[in-house]
Design a protein around this ligand. Structure first.
Ligand SMILES: [Zn+2]
Ligand SMILES: [Zn+2]
Length: 324
């Protein structure tokens, strides 16, 4: 194995051995032609391993793929996989199902850990301050006295991590022409999910002026704006992250739907509010919306990887010929 990138000289590993490679260095391998490359995380150059090293590692790489890798994306010639946090590029098509959503599930577990560790930092002073502010705003009359409940914890974390505003722009109501220019988080539980030809779903806030209200009297966002708002709003509502069991339930919903895209389309067709979905479907939706965005990014990246591989493959062919 090579410790340094052949192209830019970056140190790719501190010592010899696959495990010693930096986590951000991708390993690419072609089981058929017995070639292995380290793909530099700085210049994206593909450094070919000496043939005997590659030959020795290929069975291990193949086993890693079968045992615990998740397929993120694949093109005609390359498959991008995640194996315990290391990205592997396998040349040739695999039969594994695509699971771009899987990686986002891992992030939700991390968010839970971050949330829990931050909770312990919220001391008595914070409660005192919140109680004081709450009392002055008259909130205690509505909610009773403030006490350290999980809901209060979550609300404090939401405010610290996300602020108050979910979106700013212009979204007119088609009926009365009143324009929504700011969407505050506290109103987002009433957001409706609606079907859309762009990215599978739109989000819409019911118009507060139109009376009587019907489902077409809404401030509606479509396409990229809808996706951006929804990613942010779902992260806000799912601030506590997910436990292992909740995650398993949410992932089952995605699997039952067939794919992240189908889950999003299916929920949009039901035309429910975000809070009408319930917690597990909200988690599944967050995973799916992010996975769909990730998948588009991966498609671009896979095209680049494929171009990198073609070049590296030509060079490997020339080197092998010269050594033969
Ligand atoms: Zn490099
Ligand atoms: Zn209106």
């Amino acid at each position: 194995m090579l410790r340094y990138c052949l192209y830019c000289g970056r140190e790719l590993a501190e010592h010899e051995g696959l495990e010693q490679l930096r986590q951000s260095v991708r390993v690419s391998f072609d089981p058929e032609r017995e070639r292995v490359w380290s793909v530099c995380d700085r210049c994206h150059g593909w450094s070919l391993w000496p043939h005997e090293d590659g030959y020795r590692e290929i069975p291990r790489l193949e086993r890693a793929v079968v045992d615990h890798a998740h397929l993120l994306y694949q093109t005609e010639n390359v498959a991008l996989l995640d194996a315990n946090g290391r990205e592997l590029i396998r040349i040739g098509r695999t039969q594994l199902p695509e699971e771009a959503w899987w990686r986002y599930g891992r992030q939700l577990r991390r968010r839970r850990a971050a949330y829990r560790s931050r909770l312990s930092l919220l001391g008595a002073a914070t409660y005192a301050a919140v109680s004081y502010v709450g009392a002055n705003l008259g909130l205690s009359r509505i909610t009773g006295d403030f006490y350290p409940s999980d809901d209060l914890h979550a609300d404090i974390m939401r405010w610290r991590w996300f602020g108050r505003e979910a979106w700013a722009g212009r979204a007119p109501c088609p009926q009365c022409r009143s324009v929504l220019i700011r969407l505050f988080f506290y109103r987002t539980r009433f957001l409706l999910l609606l079907p859309s030809t762009e990215r599978g779903l739109a989000v819409a806030l019911p118009c507060s002026r139109c009376d009587p209200w019907t489902v077409d009297k809404v401030h509606r966002l479509d396409g990229a704006a809808a996706e951006r708002v929804l990613r942010r709003v779902l992260a806000y509502h799912n601030v506590q992250g997910a436990s292992q069991d909740e995650l398993a339930d949410a992932i089952r919903l995605i699997e039952d739907a067939g794919s992240a895209e189908e889950l999003v389309g299916g929920l949009a067709a039901e035309r429910r509010s975000l809070y009408g979905l319930g917690r597990i479907r909200r988690l599944a939706l967050e995973i799916s919306v992010n996975a769909n965005a990730e998948r588009r990014r991966l498609a671009d990246e896979a095209a680049e990887i494929e171009a990198g591989w073609r070049q590296a493959d030509d060079i490997a062919g020339i080197i092998e010929e010269e050594l033969a």
